[in-house]
Each structure stands twice: as structure tokens, then as C-alpha cells.
Write a protein of this length. Structure first.
Length: 499
């Protein structure tokens, strides 16, 4: 897309031909292994930033069909009810820096990223002073239209005298993650006080949000700051899509994560839906948002979303529920093998939306948001490769092929933006009780966490032929051998175990 005379490359929304920083930032978790140009989309949003730090939601050079426009102007839009845009930019910037390994570019971005974070905490439209948390109008989770009384027909995107204000957990888990990422970038740039300040703020938000918004089983959908008559509808049971995101963003503790995942498993058995990847469950009554095109069980109002499934799979694989995570990846794999399509959402019976019943005439059957979430779960959850710095300079490697019953795997990841790679060959010799890993990468600090067979205990670990000290991590009764070290291009680890 040409923006301000320059070509900009990014991932489009699955139901809009605009470039939304929200969708792009999540898609980049998988897209960083595909794109050579990871920086231009981030740069164009930074260049368009307002003086107070505010960021636009999206940009397009296509006519906005909803307005009846014909002109292909360059159009920038901020949806007034949204409070997640700034932290989405921070995340996209971090991921682009990871893949490009361009420290100089990242350093130039930092003042803008800091201003975006400050805007989230200073704007009276985004920050609740009494609870010291991000606030927003009453939307369905992170979506961009709100619920309010005395609304005319149609979706509402504007803040006005009818706005019902409150706190949505997803805004705060997203801001928590973004502050941690910003802290890492400050640390790499040598700004250690700002790095510490970001981390401290993140943990303060984590503590306040978990205290206020977690109901003992999962995060309450929306904590209202003003009253709203819902005509008897019980919203207390609503489980919304940002719950598994809170796990993967790091705001939920391990115990909270397992409780949230268990709740999804329960609803998988009782909902009657083909998958438990709900945008929200139970859905709002069809007429609540003044638009019949969003009935209960569709789109963000109870539709089944692969983007939620990917988040669930990643969270389950990380928190000792490997079988559950694998079942989701297998279900999605089978779905796309049959249809060669992946939509943003499905009806509970498994049918895909059509252009006629979709919220947008621009819907496409190649949903990058959901497919990238599934790829993210596969790469970081099952293959177990997490870049925890940039350019694979520091990697947490937790291969979980044992849970999948796979005795051999050959994995190679590349960032096309920098050409940097990380890969390994995995072999499990069940007859001799040994797991062998051969790594091929640039210079890397590695934390290896290797899943053992059920009921097994490690007897010895060798790194390049030398026996090394290791510890056993217990993750929900699953044993991982933990060992750390540096790799200079190649390394081999052998884990011997006894049953």
C-alpha cells in the first residue's frame, strides 16, 4: 500500500482491506518468519502519531465502502471507543525489532513508543484514575463498537453522553505485555532507569487487574464504572476472547492460567459448538448492539474464532496441559486440510460466514489473524522456540515432541528481515532412554527446557560431550530438564533418563 509516497508492507485485516495496527501486530507473531519488510508498517503508524502520543487504528487507500465513498484517498482513522491501539503499536514495534535485529531503528522509535504508553495513562478517555487501569466504553472485549442505552439503530463507534464506561481485562493484559516489551527495548538501549520503571508499572497493573477483574475462575468480561440496564441479561458468566491472551501475555499466573483453560474445556463439553474458541460465551442477545448483522453466535458476538484457538493452544502447551493444546492444533490442521480456507470466525455449527451474512463485503477466506495465532502456538508451544531478546540472540527452547508422540523432528526458523536463524534436530531413542538435540544457529544464549516422558527422571545431561549441571522443572506434574549455556553456531545436548 502506498502511504505518503512510500510502499508499506503489512498484514491486512481478514474482513477489511485496510491496514489495522491491531491485526498486524498479532499477525506479525507468525509473519516475522515470512516478511522481509517488517518495519515499514510500524514506521508509517509512528510517523502519523499525534503530538499527545495517540495512534491511529488503521490506514487505507481504498474507498471506505461503509460511507459510500468513491475516492481512493489516503484515509487515517482512530475509532474513538478503542483503548488498545497504543499497546498494539508497542507490540508490533517489538516484533519488528526482533525480526530485523535493527537496534538503531529501534532506538529511533523509542521516544514515540514512550509517548504512546504515556498517552494510555494520561488521556481521560483511556485511563481510570480511581483504579489506575486502562478503561474503555462497553464493547465486546477488544472490538470497536459499544453497548449503550438510547442508541439509534446501527453500530456505535463514538463516545458521547450515553457511553457506559468500564474496565476490560484485555486492555490491561495487553498494556502489561507492551510495558514489559518496552522495558526490554529500553534495557537494550542502555536506558536502565526507564527499563526498570516500565517493568515496575507493568507489575503494578498486573496486581491491580488481577485483584479487580479475576473472578476466581477467569477474567470477568467487563467491570462497569457506570450503570447500564441489560434487561435481565446475566453477564457474569461471560468468557471473552482476551482470557487466553492474558495467559500468553504473562498477566495471568500459572494457577490462573490452568483455571481459565479448564473453564474452556468445560464449555467445550457443554456448549454444543464445534470448538470452544468463542469470541464471547454466552453471547449477547442479537439486538443489544443495534445491528441485526451481528446476531448471537456470529462474529465477535459468540462466533468461533481460530485466533482464540491459537491462543488457547499456546497457553495449554505452556502450562502443563499439552494434550489439550495438541488437540486444538490438530483440529485446526484438519479443518484447513479439508477446506483450504481459514476464516476470521465460524458459526457454532462449524459453517463459515458468507459475504452476505458477514459484517464486511471485504471478507476473505485467508484469515491471517487466526492462522498466525495457530502458527505461533505451533512454533513457540510445540516446537518450543521463543526468541526472548532479538535476532535469536537469547532463546528459550522447550521442545514438546514427547507429548505429541513424535520421536524425530527437524525445525528451522528464519527471520527474512535479517537472515538470522535458529533450528534444531530432535531425536528420541526410547530403547536407550536418551533424547538428543542438535542445534544450528548464530551465537545464542539458550535456556533449554526438555520435556521428559511421563514418569521419567533425568539421570545425566551432556552438552557437547561434557556432563553439565541441570535441574528439573515441574510444570503441572510434567518434568522438564532445565539447562543453560551459550551456543557458537552449533551445539549438541543429550539427556539420559530412567523410568
Amino acid at each position: 500500500m502506498p502511504i505518503d509516497g512510500q510502499p508499506v508492507t503489512g498484514f491486512r485485516s481478514p474482513d477489511s482491506n485496510a491496514l489495522w495496527i491491531r491485526d498486524h501486530s498479532d499477525m506479525l507473531r507468525g509473519g516475522k518468519y515470512i516478511l522481509e519488510d517488517v518495519k515499514s508498517a510500524v514506521q508509517c503508524f509512528v510517523d502519523a502519531q499525534a503530538a499527545n502520543g495517540r495512534i491511529y487504528d488503521f490506514v487505507t487507500t481504498h474507498p471506505l465502502r461503509s460511507t459510500g465513498a468513491q475516492e481512493n484517498w489516503e484515509t487515517w482513522v482512530r475509532v474513538p471507543v478503542e483503548s488498545d491501539v497504543e499497546y498494539r503499536l508497542l507490540k508490533a514495534s517489538y516484533l519488528a525489532w526482533q525480526a530485523s535485529s535493527d537496534d538503531e531503528w529501534m532506538l529511533q522509535l523509542l521516544p514515540s513508543l514512550e509517548q504512546a504508553a504515556l498517552y494510555s495513562m494520561r488521556s481521560p478517555l483511556r485511563w481510570d484514575e480511581s483504579n489506575q487501569l486502562i478503561k474503555r466504553p462497553y464493547t465486546i472485549d477488544t472490538w470497536d463498537f459499544d453497548l449503550g442505552s438510547n442508541r439509534p439503530a446501527g453500530l456505535n463507534f463514538q463516545i458521547d453522553e450515553h457511553t457506559t464506561w468500564g474496565i476490560m481485562h484485555g486492555d490491561n493484559s495487553g498494556f502489561f505485555e507492551a510495558l514489559m516489551m518496552l522495558g526490554t527495548m529500553f534495557k537494550v538501549s542502555g536506558q536502565f532507569r526507564k527499563a526498570a520503571r516500565c517493568r515496575n508499572l507493568a507489575h503494578e497493573i498486573q496486581e491491580r487487574a488481577n485483584e479487580l477483574l479475576y473472578n476466581g475462575s477467569y477474567y470477568t468480561h467487563f467491570y462497569k464504572l457506570s450503570s447500564l440496564d441489560l434487561n435481565g441479561f446475566d453477564e457474569s458468566r461471560q468468557l471473552s476472547l482476551s482470557n487466553p491472551m492474558a495467559i500468553n501475555r504473562g498477566m495471568a499466573t500459572h494457577e490462573m492460567a490452568r483455571s481459565i483453560l479448564s473453564e474452556y474445556q468445560k464449555r467445550r463439553e457443554t456448549s454444543g459448538a464445534f470448538a470452544e474458541w468463542f469470541s464471547i460465551d454466552p453471547a449477547f442477545p442479537s439486538h443489544f448492539f443495534g445491528e441485526e448483522v451481528i446476531p448471537a453466535g456470529s462474529y465477535c458476538n459468540g462466533g468461533i474464532m481460530p485466533l482464540v484457538g491459537g491462543e488457547l493452544a499456546k497457553a495449554a502447551l505452556e502450562h502443563g496441559m499439552e494434550d489439550y493444546g495438541l488437540s486444538i492444533l490438530e483440529q485446526y490442521r484438519d479443518m484447513i486440510a479439508v477446506s483450504s480456507e481459514s476464516y476470521l470466525w465460524y458459526y457454532p455449527d462449524g459453517s463459515a460466514p458468507t459475504k452476505e451474512d458477514s459484517t464486511s463485503p471485504d471478507i476473505i477466506p485467508t484469515d491471517g489473524w487466526g492462522s498466525s495465532a495457530m502458527l505461533y502456538a505451533f512454533v513457540e508451544g510445540l516446537c518450543g522456540i521463543e526468541d526472548i531478546d532479538n535476532g535469536f540472540g537469547k532463546v528459550r527452547c522447550s521442545p514438546r515432541w514427547m507429548a505429541a508422540g513424535e520421536d524425530e523432528a527437524n525445525i528451522e526458523l528464519t527471520y527474512p528481515a535479517s537472515g538470522l536463524t535458529f533450528g534444531y534436530q530432535y531425536t528420541h531413542d526410547a530403547e536407550n532412554n536418551v533424547i538428543h538435540l542438535a542445534f544450528d544457529t548464530a551465537s545464542t544464549e539458550m535456556v533449554a527446557r526438555i520435556l521428559l516422558p511421563e514418569g521419567a527422571s533425568s539421570t545425566a545431561v551432556f552438552w557437547d560431550g561434557r556432563e553439565v549441571t541441570s535441574v528439573i522443572e515441574d510444570v503441572a506434574s510434567k518434568a522438564y530438564v532445565h539447562v543453560e549455556g551459550e551456543i557458537q553456531s552449533r551445539a549438541e545436548i543429550d539427556v539420559y533418563y530412567a523410568r
